[in-house]
Design a protein. Sequence first.
Length: 335
Amino acid sequence: MISQDLRYGWRSLTRSPGFTLVAIATLAVGIGANTTIFSLMNAVLLRPLAAHDPERVVRIVATTGTGAAGASARRFSYRDFADYRERTTTIEDLSGVNLATFLLEADQRTDQLLGEIASGRYLALLGARAVRGRMLVESDDAPEAPPAAVISDALWRRRFGGQPVLGRTVRLNRGSYTIVGVAEASFVGSFIGAPIDVWIPIRNSGQMLGERWDTDRAQRTLALIGRLRDGVTRERAQHELQATATAIAHEFTPQLQPTIEVQPGTLVAGSQRRLATVFLSLLLGLVALVLVIAAANVATCCWPGSSAAGESWRSASPWARAADIWRGCCSSRAA
């Protein structure tokens, strides 16, 4: 039966090349829309940030309430970050990072860039590699270390024309930094929709994180990313970090009672991840419905016109035809 339908459909398509082009275009639009939305969902929600042991890389998120109050507390102060890093036994390579705007001054020209202010283990944690020079390391994030910076491959080609830049001194937000490396083109940082062009260590960031960023626990500017130790689950790490957060709050900020979440190390986290999941799921459902309707319309045109059933089905609305196809798929699976 199926082979007869396939042969009939093939003969119909070969007899009407104009209709064949319209059918192919209709299905291509539906399939293309589904592919685009799934690619976006994969990049935002599924693809891990890290290149090395990605299943062990996690984001640590803290909330102290709902709405704007909770959103304002999803980051950590530098002092909190230092305490977590010292006390945790389930997370290794715990790193802090902040998204910042930079003014790059070089060759008598000023450019505005997006960059990340990060702790020394951050780039190694995410598996970032250098195509020129080296990446930032832990020794760069020390008070006595000379200010160092890593730039993106895109910035190197766009701003410096791909010319040698290693060892060159540039000014970033009026501070002097030596370029020590160029990151590979595929590395984009850990913030959604932000084309990162430069990375500098926290300790050499001046007052970019605030005037008293290293002592004031109220200045919560850092997002935390870490790697689970071997054999440690997210639930176990979350339990330990929650106990640590409660102890730190009791000791230093009793007015705050943060709730800790250990989430997958993907591009979005916290409420952004929940909103992106809902939005992209709805969008994927809509474009899938468009594909079903497109397939129903193509099937209508290919349906034999000699039968009364064909005429009746062809005269139905696109939504009814899509529902028929959906019911047919469901009944086939049940069988």
